[in-house]
Design a protein around this ligand. Structure first.
Ligand SMILES: NC(=O)c1ccc[n+]([C@@H]2O[C@H](COP(=O)([O-])OP(=O)(O)OC[C@H]3O[C@@H](n4cnc5c(N)ncnc54)[C@H](OP(=O)(O)O)[C@@H]3O)[C@@H](O)[C@H]2O)c1
Length: 329
């Protein structure tokens, strides 16, 4: 069994430079745990929030990362339903995915179907299950709905757009550059808005014959909140699920009435895959649309685990497209 592994550790909160590669000894897996040897690790914007301290971590130092794929190398006491050699993936706490190998709770692992590669799994698990619950459970998007997806060329964005198009919604995507506009169109956006140069709400109203959209998926936060609210049709829903540009301003409840009886929710994936049944159902829906070819992983960039600081810098500078992977050694 693997006895040593490289981990990326954060000893104090700060910029990407606080991510440092270290060697650790691995304990055998404890009761209910399995040893997973990673083959691909997913980078997510939430990793930045833990690194900076915007989101609290259980303790310092800590190893970031919530998503990876790999192979089961050993089983702890009491683990059932998994075997050595199984291909698995995860997208949940506990933190610690930035490493070559680790012990992980068996009940939060999902076995990978043959048709899904390890890299695709690491690119899809967290972002794809997010797209699943946002489109099907936070709101149930129906054929013919118009939806607005901010950061449409991003990790979650490319999946939301593909899955939204698969549900026969009219998908309007916002992007920060012309290259990203291509990406958004390839992901199923019917219309693309350049939110750095254009008035988003005016464009959305023009594209929807003045009606506005039924749902806005807003992962950008501070910079987009106002235009998101302005883009909604009466009784529409703002799904504020991220804050890549910073935390959004508070919303006065009375404003929701004056803007047309709007709904606002601030959901988190971890509340939608809290039980094992929910986790398995969400992953199964994801594997189904991927297996059918309706949704594809879009891996925009790969970095060796040791270059993780570079990967965080690119993500924060809006220089990435689609999903970013870290390669363990
Ligand atoms: N609530 C949940 O359940 C949940 C689950 C997963 C992810 N999320 C959230 O969803 C968001 C997207 O995550 P992701 O990993 O897929 O990242 P991502 O969208 O691939 O990367 C962030 C993108 O946001 C856009 N952006 C706009 N303003 C920005 C700014 N000031 N700084 C940085 N980026 C800016 C950029 O695209 P442009 O250049 O096109 O503007 C950038 O590429 C994050 O906020 C994340 O926390 C939430």
């Amino acid at each position: 069994m693997t006895e040593r592994a490289r981990v990326v550790r954060v000893r104090k909160h700060g910029g990407p430079q606080v991510l440092s590669l270290e060697q650790v000894e691995l304990e055998p897996p404890g009761p209910g745990e399995v040893r997973v040897v990673h083959t691909a690790i997913g980078l997510n914007y939430i990793d930045v929030y833990f690194r900076t301290g915007l989101y609290p971590v259980p303790e310092l130092p800590f190893v970031p990362g919530l998503e990876a794929a790999g192979v089961v190398e050993a089983l702890g006491e009491g683990v059932e339903g998994l075997a050595v050699g199984d291909r698995v993936a995860y997208a949940s706490r506990p933190l610690g995915a930035y490493c070559d190998a680790r012990n992980y709770p068996a009940e939060r692992l999902v076995r990978l179907p043959d048709g899904i590669s390890d890299e695709d799994a690491a690119a899809l698990m967290l972002k794809g299950m997010t797209a699943e619950y946002l489109l099907r459970r936070t709101v149930s998007v129906e054929a013919g709905d118009a939806i607005l997806v901010h950061a449409a060329a991003g990790g979650v964005g490319t999946l939301l757009c593909q899955w939204g198009a698969h549900l026969s919604a009219t998908v309007i995507g916002t992007v920060g550059s012309e290259e990203k506009a291509e990406e958004a169109r390839a992901s199923g956006c019917t219309h693309v808005v350049h939110y750095r140069d254009e008035n988003v709400a005016e464009r959305v109203k023009a594209l929807t014959d003045g009606a506005g959209v039924r749902v806005v998926y807003d992962s950008v936060g501070r910079d987009t909140l106002e235009s998101s609210l302005d883009s909604l049709a009466p009784r529409g829903t703002l799904v504020a699920f991220g804050q890549s540009s910073g935390p959004p301003a508070p919303i006065e409840l009375s404003e929701l009435a004056s803007r047309g009886s709007l709904f606002v929710t601030r959901p988190s994936l971890f509340d939608y895959i809290a039980t094992r049944d929910e986790l398995l159902a969400s992953a199964a829906s994801l594997f189904e649309v991927v297996g059918a070819g309706a949704v594809k992983a879009h891996i925009g960039q790969r970095y060796p685990l040791g270059d993780v600081a570079e990967a965080h810098t690119a993500l924060e500078r809006r220089a990435t497209r689609g999903a970013t992977l870290l390669a363990p050694g």
